[in-house]
Design a protein around this ligand. Structure first.
Ligand SMILES: *Cc1c(COP(=O)(O)O)cnc(C)c1O
Length: 232
């Protein structure tokens, strides 16, 4: 049987190979283990194998897990859509929030971040391939939102995040990720190259090689570590 530890090692191998192929240091890419729909035991197994950063989509499910795993030194990333009436749970329980796409959500997260916790790390989710029904800020509006979010006292703007439509083949995947990389670089420059604007969150099980080739600094991987999820 292949354990979570074995699969983590395989994914680390894929990341290392992809970095080598594009002349990048393996340490320049962070692996976020996406544990949504899997129970606390799976997270414990991954932690025992050396994984510390975990991503969750569903706030209620995530908070239960975070509370049950409070004995472990884990870093929790919210990568799912959040309605503005759920921001308080994110502000109270997570270390990172990847899907900020409007000022109102950012303002609430900043106001609701408990004083005893460090500022919340946030990424702006960008609708990089222009799907009309998709969440994410339009590329043309990223800089203005970034400037506003950087004024909020309890948030640290760390970068951009994308979830492109699934594309088939390395070149098609890479082409979309390169658009996100260019937007990331332009935004960083326009902001005055802040040191903490250092994260480009893109790439999942199916396209992490293409994302790394394009410049991803954080890949969000679920299936390749924990196995398939039930639909719905
Ligand atoms: C579920 C999810 C992932 C992980 O997807 P896999 O294909 O299982 O690796 C990554 N990012 C987001 C936003 C997700 O919702």
């Amino acid at each position: 049987m292949t354990t979570v530890g074995d699969k983590l090692q395989q994914v680390q191998g894929r990341i290392a190979a992809a970095c080598a192929a594009s002349g990048r240091e393996a340490a320049s890419v962070t692996l976020l283990a996406v544990s949504k729909t899997f129970g606390p035991q799976a997270v414990r197994e991954a932690h025992a194998a050396g994984q510390t950063a975990f991503g969750e989509n569903y706030i209620q499910e995530a908070v239960e897990k975070i509370v049950m795993l409070a004995d472990l030194p884990l870093q929790w990333h919210c990568i799912g859509p959040v309605q503005s009436n759920k921001t308080r749970l994110v502000a109270q329980h997570f270390d990172w929030m990847h899907t900020v796409d409007r000022l109102k959500v950012a303002q609430r997260l900043s106001e609701q971040r408990p004083a005893e916790l460090r500022p919340l790390n946030v990424c702006l989710q960008v609708n990089i391939d222009g799907g009309p029904a998709k969440s994410g800020v339009a590329p043309t509006e990223v800089l203005a939102l970034a400037q506003q979010v950087r004024q909020l006292p309890r948030l640290v703007l760390r970068g951009l995040m994308t979830i492109p439509e699934p594309a088939t083949g390395f070149e098609a995947q890479r082409a979309v990720h390169l658009l996100a990389k260019a937007l990331f670089d332009d935004t960083r420059l326009a902001l005055g190259e802040p040191e903490d604007f250092d994260t480009l969150s893109m790439g999942m099980t199916a396209d992490l090689e293409a994302a790394i080739a394009a410049g991803s600094t954080l890949v969000r991987v679920g299936t390749a570590i924990f196995g398939g999820r039930q639909a719905g």
